[in-house]
Design a protein. Structure first.
Length: 190
């Protein structure tokens, strides 16, 4: 049987079209918000380009995963890891994770993501190694937060809890990704 653009048999849901349509809708959302005069939404052309590149990178990476693996656990691990990475980059560029987006200590969060990417490459994207890489990424994010906080003690305040909870959520997404990759590795062995 021929398959459609979504990779499903005829009559199936065209997942690729739905996924990329969602990405386009996300990209258009701030544009629409600016047109209706939403407070606090003032994007430049550069903001749209960066956000579009981020969406394209995540979507393209997930397309590769779907083509490379039929394992739902592996795909789930990749989806959670990509979502976590996307959210960390987006939050860090938009408002900064510690302090504001101009705080130089926020660069540590990008370093944490690079450590995870390097780990995934060293693991050659195999499920067991990806599980370890995602755990290392989660730990690196929490370490980045601790170092940034310890080096900016004058900024301790009410927003401290928001930063800690946000960073913890990002780290937990990577832990969830690690669990899915671990499941994929176990399924492969059984």
């Amino acid at each position: 049987m021929a398959s459609n653009a979504g990779g499903q048999r005829n009559g199936g849901v065209p997942w690729r079209i739905v996924g990329w349509g969602f990405a386009v809708a996300l990209l258009l959302l701030p544009f629409v918000a600016m047109q209706v005069g939403a407070d606090g939404v003032h994007w430049t052309l550069g903001d749209f380009i960066v956000f579009g590149l981020m969406l394209g990178a995540v979507g393209g990476a997930f397309e590769l995963v779907v083509r490379a693996s039929g394992s739902w656990a592996y795909r789930g691990g990749a989806a959670l890891g990509l979502l976590a990475m996307f959210l960390v980059v987006w939050a860090n560029l938009a408002v900064g994770i510690v302090g504001n987006e101009n705080n130089p200590w926020n660069q540590l969060f990008f370093l944490a993501l690079l450590i995870g990417i390097a780990g995934a490459c060293v693991a050659r994207f195999r499920a067991r190694g990806m599980s370890a890489a995602m755990l290392v990424t989660a730990a690196s994010l929490m370490a980045a937060y601790a170092v940034a906080r310890l080096n900016r003690p004058e900024e301790f305040g009410a927003h401290l809890m928001v930063e800690l909870v946000g960073t913890s959520i990002f780290a937990l997404l990577f832990v969830g990704s690690a669990a899915m990759f671990r499941k994929a590795a176990r399924n492969r062995l059984s």
